[in-house]
Design a protein around this ligand. Structure first.
Ligand code: FEO
Ligand code: CA
Ligand code: CA
Ligand code: CA
Length: 601
């Protein structure tokens, strides 16, 4: 590491001790305030939230969704070059739901096994994202505005397919007979922000929303894990409406007339939309691949150079990807079409600390050669009988293409972050309970890996679109005493002030503080899940925040002046206070410093 250094890169707060207190704990001199919890009225008629969860599906479509995750703050004047830290659009992902919290007495199953359609409608509406126009008043308090910018995008919102998969035979459904549209976005874990100030939501564990009873399963569903039962049984809605039976992808599906066997092929993408255009149709950018997208992280864009972004596939033994646009970035014309045409690569981490980006492209002779050699063989669990027909077919089977290319199976890649100064790329490898001791490699050296680690790399020659890189391990998670050793030197030894496990969220602030959020084991000695701040040059790490019981801490952003920080609290069990005995509410929290200073400094 070149230790480029920023004088503003300080971690000036007293670290928070591990705690199992059912509250937000922040350092002395800081205040955390619950903001925009599940159910907050945000659009339309602004229906009041009912603490006992009696709101209808229609009301939920006008309220903040559940299970907050990735988020970003767009200054209200950002498209005019401004950087307002007192007014902006906060965009928040809603990853999944807690059915018990969502309904007064949990989910209902009717005598014939069906589910009441309005419960299903409410659950679909609890997914997606919220756009909230927010403003800081003269007392320093953040408020939600009643604004035409406010928006809910849900599991039912119409979306366009873009890139090579658009119009492919395998995305034709009764809803889109030319394969250009699909309905809704699901399991929006983390996110990304493009260099042209649009937001991207990731579709992570999309496979669990669908069923297929077809045997053999199409290879797309086999590799993804689409099974015979769905996590929420939406396909069993008693209205049998087309918008619900579509979750059954069996070729002779739940509906006698509709064949939704291709429906799951419309999910598993990064989805772009412009929060400043409330009527705009979200765009699924298929060139970035189809897998369990955790999120996407863009390298800072350079005029005249390709746009480069990175995405992890958060499942055990899955991969890290990079996309390089075919067209160069031009600040005055850049838009999402840059993401429709380019090269998708997958990472191989060599044992000697070097790495390679392997193209997944039907235009790449090396890839095509490997693919042709694989035809007729077993690739993982899949009998690979037919070469990919074209790039759309490859992308619908991105994981399989990456298997064929020879990528390195990782310990669950969650969020990534690009150092704004050095351009090094950091990725959280959250944990991997199933890695065997004899199946480790230097990039994933622990078998099993219960506590996770953070890997980082630098692209060759400082060129973000290079096809080679050099990697090292930034830090290993673990209990007090866990060491990270480089060339025989102990570069980190965790203690009580910074022990952590299962790094998940990861984000660089403008001063290059690297914020690390956890989604792992709680209880002794860990306390609850947490957020830490670190210095990428020195590897100093300090615990900044501990969340309430059972939650994960996920999603973090500040205002440009860094005096307000927004953090996501997902799946608490008895929080916030007024929900302690009823229906817990995932939420954002706003963190400010009592002296008005920079968060973390
Ligand atoms: Fe949704 Fe990978 O966390
Ligand atoms: Ca989560
Ligand atoms: Ca996550
Ligand atoms: Ca996680």
């Amino acid at each position: 590491n070149d230790g480029g250094g920023s004088e503003s890169l300080t971690l000036g707060f007293e670290p928070v001790a591990p705690t199992d207190a059912n509250q937000i704990t922040v350092p002395a001199g800081y205040t955390a305030t619950v903001f925009l919890p599940w159910g907050t009225p945000v659009t339309g008629a602004y229906p009041d939230f009912d603490l006992q969860a009696n709101n209808t599906g229609e009301q939920q479509e006008q309220q903040v969704g559940m299970h907050h995750d990735g988020m970003h703050y767009f200054p209200i004047d950002v498209n005019e070059g401004g950087s307002s830290s007192t007014e902006g659009l906060l965009v928040v992902n809603h990853e999944y739901i807690d059915q018990n919290a969502a309904h007064p007495n949990g989910p209902t199953t009717l005598e014939n096994g069906d589910r009441p359609a309005d419960e299903v409608r409410k659950e679909i509406a609890s997914h997606g994202i919220t756009v909230a126009h927010i403003k800081r008043d003269s007392n320093g308090q953040w408020d939600l505005m009643q604004s035409a910018y406010n928006r809910r995008i849900t599991g039912a919102t119409p979306m366009d397919l873009r890139g090579p998969v658009r119009g492919a035979a395998k995305v034709i459904t009764p809803y889109s007979t030319n394969g250009t549209r699909t309905r809704g976005t699901l399991n929006n874990c983390a996110h990304g922000v493009t260099p042209w100030n649009t937001y991207m939501m990731a579709e992570e564990n999309w496979h669990g929303y669908f069923v297929t009873r077809d045997e053999p399963k199409p290879k797309e569903y086999q590799r993804a894990g689409v099974g015979t039962e769905s996590r929420y049984d939406w396909e069993l809605a008693d209205s049998r409406a087309d918008e619900y039976v579509r979750f059954d992808a069996t070729s002779t599906g739940a509906s006698a007339t509709d064949d939704y066997r291709n429906e799951p092929n419309g999910f598993g993408f990064m989805v772009e939309f412009d929060p400043f255009k409330p009527e705009s149709v979200p765009q699924k950018r298929t060139a970035l691949g189809k897998f369990g997208h955790e999120g996407v992280i863009f390298a800072p864009a350079t005029e005249g150079e390709p746009v480069v972004c990175y995405s992890g596939d958060d499942r055990r033994f899955e991969y890290i990807y990079k996309f390089v646009s075919a067209q160069p970035y031009r600040a005055d014309t850049a838009n999402g079409s840059l993401l429709d045409n380019g090269t998708l690569y997958v990472a191989r981490f060599n044992d000697d600390g070097s790495g390679e980006w392997l193209p997944l492209s039907m235009d790449d002779a090396g890839f095509v050669q490997k693919m042709e050699a694989a035809v007729g063989t077993q690739v993982g669990d899949i009998q690979f009988d037919e070469a990919f027909a074209n790039q759309a077919d490859l992308l619908l089977n991105t994981r399989l293409a990456a298997d064929i290319a020879g990528a390195t199976p990782m310990d669950r890649p969650e969020w990534g972050a690009v150092d704004p100064l050095t351009r090094e790329v950091y990725f959280n490898l959250t944990n991997n309970s199933q890695r065997e001791e004899d199946d480790t490699d230097p990039a994933n050296p622990n078998g099993p890996n219960p506590w996770g680690h953070i890997i980082r790399w630098k692209e060759a020659g400082g060129d973000q679109s290079a096809t080679e890189f050099e990697w090292d391990i930034f830090v290993f998670g673990g209990e007090s005493g866990t060491q990270t050793v480089v060339d025989g030197d102990v570069v980190v030894e965790l203690d009580e002030s910074n022990q952590f496990n299962s790094p998940d969220g990861l984000w660089f602030d403008a001063d290059r503080r690297l914020w690390i959020q956890t989604d792992g084991r709680w209880g002794d000695p860990w306390g609850n899940n947490m957020m830490l701040a670190s210095n990428p040059d020195t590897r100093e790490i300090k615990r900044f925040l501990v969340g309430p019981s059972n939650c994960e801490v996920t999603g973090v952003v500040t205002t440009p002046d860094q005096t307000s920080m927004f953090v996501g609290i997902q799946h608490p069990v008895a929080w916030p206070e007024e929900s302690a005995e009823g229906h817990p509410r995932s939420s954002c929290v706003v963190i400010t410093r009592d002296d008005g200073g920079v968060i973390g400094a």
